[in-house]
Design a protein around this ligand. Structure first.
Ligand code: ADP
Ligand code: UDP
Length: 237
């Protein structure tokens, strides 16, 4: 496969065209950002850890029958993926209260959310990714009714698979963000599943092992991601 020109460079990944019209190369960079790009740092090894972590999780999800864009690992920091037409929404599933829902609803961090809840956000940095609902998505044509239903049902299926996977590694899956896109007419999970886009706590101590370590200046960010990877059995070599 030939790597062609860069199509896009986001906050953490760069996207390249390839000699296959329907395949892209995702390059996971070391850049780490928070608060809509206000706080940015380079964290050694993060690109590589996230690339390998994402490959591991996407393969688990595929094996459980969830369609994903992941094709193969290409290099330490690059993967080949299907080229999706991304839907401009972010899907968040929450099992335990943390982050924005605590501020928005006045919840204490750490309380169980039962049953798990689901939220849509508009993917728009300039507007700070505002929370939206299904009616907005339909009215403004960001996705069809069918796609809305599929995103919700796939997002909860991901929850069943990953809650169990992380539980076996002594971890709580607190919340996570997913992005979907369309590939030859089919809704497919895209983007990434890494500790940059989810919250993971040690089940015993509730130590944070995700990007909140960066957001909150707790230190040991990549070390925490590596600990999670090791506990899951992700090959980081
Ligand atoms: P952001 O755009 O939020 O700064 P990233 O730095 O992670 O985020 O950039 C990656 C971009 O690539 C995102 O905009 C994401 O929606 C997009 N993307 C992820 N997977 C695919 C895919 N399979 N096909 C097309 N675009 C994708
Ligand atoms: N998230 C993300 N990208 C975003 C916003 C949120 O990956 O642009 C993830 C975040 O890491 C967390 C979940 O989605 O795992 C819920 O985030 P929340 O709404 O609590 O916002 P935050 O506290 O991250 O601002």
């Amino acid at each position: 496969m030939e790597k062609r020109e860069q199509l896009y460079s986001g906050k953490a990944k760069s996207v390249f065209r390839t000699d296959y019209a329907d395949k892209l190369i995702l390059h996971f960079r070391n850049d780490t950002s928070a608060f809509d790009g206000e706080k940015i740092e380079q964290l050694e090894r993060k690109g590589e850890v996230n690339n390998k972590f994402n490959a591991f999780i996407m393969q688990k999800l595929s094996a459980a029958g969830i369609p994903t864009h992941f094709e193969s690992l290409l290099s330490a920091q690059e993967s080949v993926v299907k080229k999706l037409t991304m839907l401009p929404v972010e899907c968040v599933v929450r099992n335990i209260a943390a982050g924005s829902i605590c501020k928005r609803l006045g919840l204490k961090e750490g309380i169980d959310i039962n049953p798990p809840t689901f939220e849509f956000f508009l993917k728009n940095d300039a507007l700070h990714d505002p929370m939206i609902n299904e009616f907005h998505i339909r009215s403004f044509g960001w996705a069809t009714d069918e796609q809305i239903k599929q995103m919700q049902s796939l997002a909860f299926k991901v929850n069943d698979v990953l809650k169990a996977l992380f539980a076996k590694a002594g971890l709580l899956l607190v919340d996570y963000k997913l992005e979907f896109g369309v590939y030859h007419g089919q809704l497919v999970l895209g983007d990434e599943f890494t500790p940059d886009g989810c919250r993971l706590w040690d089940a015993q101590t509730r130590k944070k092992l995700d990007k909140d370590r960066f957001r909150q200046g707790l230190g040991g960010v990549v070390e925490a991601y590596e600990e999670v990877a090791h506990r899951l059995g992700v090959d980081l070599s």
